[in-house]
Design a protein around this ligand. Structure first.
Ligand SMILES: [Zn+2]
Ligand SMILES: [Zn+2]
Ligand SMILES: [Zn+2]
Length: 361
């Protein structure tokens, strides 16, 4: 059922310029919509071809049939060709038909307007239908949005009529969608893994900063052998990492099992000392970090195979980069002397277990 007059009206026909050529669009409901040939032709190369191609090939002199879409969708389509506008109501009702028409008759402005409108109106229920249309009409933005929605809400989409229909009618498209979901999942996994790795490199970079700070300036409970522990010292600005590291150094200094007898905590501390030696650029006599000289002398001999050596070198590189990046992002290490000393630090200052870092292993 057609509900409204098309554009132009019959009166346009008689009152207009006598040189203008009118043709009629015939809808599937049998409605005839009179239109200016030149306006139709200038809006769409497809209409242009239909209107101006040699007469012997023309199917009908004065009519162009547009079938397969509701009559009012064709009216809205012609309205857009004349005004460059389309009401929200028409978009709501005929957005999918208008997308198909804009694709078939090559009206790019309407096509992008429809794609945007359909993206705004995507739901679990309609996404499979819209996706199929986006694929047919070569609308990449709409296609991608639909794929993402299907991928993110697949459990619900699977229950829709649209999906069930697709499963029975288009096996290849179903495979295409499942493959997209798979790839999205593995991309997500990879980026989660990448973030985890980056966090680890930053943590190691911070541990390296703290290790140097502990061994040169001294912190609450561990400091260099040539420096007296200072009373009422305030925590440094990376104290959460620094404190853990100091506890590990204290443990390393006192542990009976050490690395050789399989103490995991000592092994980790040993690796941190070794990592320091791998990135330390100070001459041996100037570096106060324990074991630095020893590791530098032994080089990579501890790494049993080439693969292990390569992995270690990669780790060292990543930590160096993470450290450089964080030093650009963060202000320089500052002691907060004026701040009140937290109770836990006062306790640590009174702690008689203050460890000096001239460890011999
Ligand atoms: Zn500290
Ligand atoms: Zn231990
Ligand atoms: Zn060093």
């Amino acid at each position: 059922m057609c509900r409204r007059p098309a554009c132009p009206t019959k009166s346009d026909n008689v009152s207009g310029d006598s040189t203008e050529v009118y043709i009629q669009i015939v809808t599937s409901g049998g409605r005839r919509i009179p239109v200016h040939a030149n306006i139709l032709a200038s809006a769409s190369p497809v209409f242009e071809g239909l209107i101006y191609r040699p007469r012997k090939h023309r199917s009908s002199e004065k009519t162009i049939p547009i079938a397969g879409v509701p009559c009012d969708a064709v009216v809205a389509f012609v309205g857009f060709i004349y005004s460059g506008k389309c009401s929200e109501e028409d978009m709501e009702k005929y957005g999918m038909h208008l997308l198909a028409l804009s694709h078939v008759y090559m009206v790019p402005k309407l096509k992008s307007r429809c794609a945007k409108a359909l993206i705004e109106r995507l739901t679990i229920e309609n996404v499979v239908d819209v996706l199929q249309l986006a694929r047919l009409c070569d609308a990449p933005d709409l296609y991608l949005k639909c794929m993402k929605l299907v991928s993110n809400k697949f459990k619900s989409v699977e229950e829709t009529e649209g999906w069930k229909f697709l499963q029975t009618n288009d096996l290849f498209f179903e495979l295409e969608i499942l493959q997209f979901i798979d790839e999205t999942e593995s991309r997500k996994k990879m980026s989660r893994r990448h973030r985890r790795e980056q966090r680890l490199y930053f943590e190691l970079g911070e541990a390296m900063d703290c290790l140097e700070h502990i061994c040169t300036e001294g912190c609450i409970s561990v400091g260099p052998y040539d420096m007296e522990p200072r009373k009422n010292k305030a925590p440094c600005n990376k104290f959460s990492t620094c404190q853990g590291l100091q506890l590990s150094i204290q443990h390393f200094a006192n542990c009976k099992k050490r690395v050789n007898q399989g103490c995991v905590r000592c092994k980790r501390m040993w690796q941190l000392f070794k990592l320091h030696a791998s990135i330390c650029e100070l001459p041996d006599s100037a570096c106060k970090v324990p074991l630095c000289r020893r590791f530098k002398m032994r080089g990579g001999e501890e790494l049993k195979n080439k693969k292990g050596e390569e992995r270690w070198e990669l780790l060292v590189k990543k930590v160096v980069v993470a450290r450089a990046t964080s030093s650009l992002l963060m202000p320089k290490r500052k002691r907060v002397e004026e701040e009140p000393v937290p109770a836990s630090c006062e306790e640590a200052n009174d702690n008689h277990n203050y460890v000096i870092t001239n460890l011999v292993c």
